[in-house]
Design a protein around this ligand. Sequence first.
Ligand code: ZN
Length: 237
Amino acid sequence: MHPDLEKLLELQAKDLALLGIDIRLRSVADEIGALDIALERARVDVETARRRQEEGAKKREELEKAIEAQRALQEKRRSRIEQVRTAREVQALMVEVEAARSILARQESDWVKAADVAQQQETALKEAEARLAALTTDQDGERSRLDASLGEIGAERNAAAREREATATAVERALRLRYDRLWISRTTTVVVRLQGDACGACYTAVPRNRRSQIRAGTHIESCEACGVILYPADGEG
Ligand SMILES: [Zn+2]
């Protein structure tokens, strides 16, 4: 085998190791992301419950004010009944008082309903807040485990990246560039073993003279079809 190919295979092994580390990093990041989403959902639930509770409380308060105002007016009408002189005036005020009484009755019944709804909304808010608090507590352990794991894998990645760079500098520059270009475009093995007479990646036949050059270790050849760098099968190089 061409001596540079051996270095290249070593570099590829390190790149594959890095890729494995990146996949683990992404999986931990995804787990953290899932926790974030669950927490965010619980926060949105609290916000929604709070908005409803505030609206409910406001509606109940508005009804209370309207009822108070109506009661005060009713008091005034009643005292005016005592002050007016003519039966006609009394009659007119009595009609007003009667009308106001039915308005008041409706407002009071509305208030009972609104108070009931407001009570339910308050309970719903407390429940949503309790769920958020419980979820936050539940996630604590999981989050510190994931954060630690992220730190460990990150350190492992830094070490692997340094090793990879050290190996990369040992590879002849033009070959390294050729390899890097391939690696970036494929993100999978780019230095591939010959499979009989064919490329081990795409199984396109490799012409006899190029095969013998690969086996003799005189040239570093790429597959004409898919571009991977080819190396001889065991016992052939
Ligand atoms: Zn190929």
